[in-house]
Design a binder for this molecule. Sequence first.
Ligand SMILES: NC(=O)c1ccc[n+]([C@@H]2O[C@H](COP(=O)([O-])OP(=O)(O)OC[C@H]3O[C@@H](n4cnc5c(N)ncnc54)[C@H](OP(=O)(O)O)[C@@H]3O)[C@@H](O)[C@H]2O)c1
Length: 272
Amino acid sequence: MKTILITGGTSGIGKGIALSSLKKGHRVIVVGSSLINGDIFYDEAKKIDAEERAFYIQADLSSIKENQRVIQEINSRFESLDSIVFCAAKNSKEYTETKEGFELTFALAYLSRFILSYGLKESLEKSENPIIINICGSGMKGQVNWSDLGHKQKFEPQKVMFHSSRLNDLLGVQFAQNDTVGKIKYVMYNPWGVRTPGMMEVYNTPLKWSFFKLFSKPVEEAIIPVTDLLDNPPASTLSAYRVHKKLNLNMGSYDPVNAKKLYDITNELLEK
Ligand SMILES: NC(=O)c1ccc[n+]([C@@H]2O[C@H](COP(=O)([O-])OP(=O)(O)OC[C@H]3O[C@@H](n4cnc5c(N)ncnc54)[C@H](OP(=O)(O)O)[C@@H]3O)[C@@H](O)[C@H]2O)c1
């Protein structure tokens, strides 16, 4: 039995992976911000006789302090972790600042993943073949906006989520560069279009939804390559996929110089 942590495991892709992993007999820890969604997760686990292996941690992952609390709670309650899947995200329509002074999407879809990747590294290293899967729009073109990383000067709803994917690609690259132990397999995974509650909020009219349906797939189909990776982590410490296709890590999105630059800036931001 593996122990799998899934952030954002109460909806969409994360929920699909959480329930599939419970069905396979694994222990699943889900983190989300809503207590109601946590109760729904427990109900669904109960329906498949998996309630003893299902754990919900309520936390607002856009908060640095909350990420630190999650790390402490996981380290104190669970001996080790085999896998982490990052799915927590929210498509903000307007600029929203967290209590700690970060733009919400930047904090939730990037900073949280940074803090949890490094903060849970030792817990993962206790397992035989650990893996981190960062679900994002990996391997797409687009520049990092170095002069306004956290969208404080200009906020464009469609662009901030894409931008968080650029940051997550660099997070994975630097994580592997920093990792002298080399046990953890870091995977950036782009599921392409998936029909989730989150996407329903983005494509929020019947016309827009019909358009999205043309090039998207249901959650049950989208999670298959991810659960395959959880079952059989790749051999290399760093990889990236778009659906089934392995992506070339020489692409600009995975530039190692930018990865180190972002790592240093992120640490400075977190120290402040
Ligand atoms: N769907 C797609 O087409 C697609 C394509 C490319 C990449 N992706 C990426 O795949 C991931 C999952 O997407 P999805 O469409 O499945 O998302 P979704 O249906 O919107 O689910 C998002 C999850 O994040 C959790 N969440 C939101 N705010 C949170 C907070 N402050 N703290 C903790 N958890 C929070 C939600 O739970 P609560 O509401 O309970 O907090 C929910 O479980 C995202 O990173 C997304 O960018 C998706």
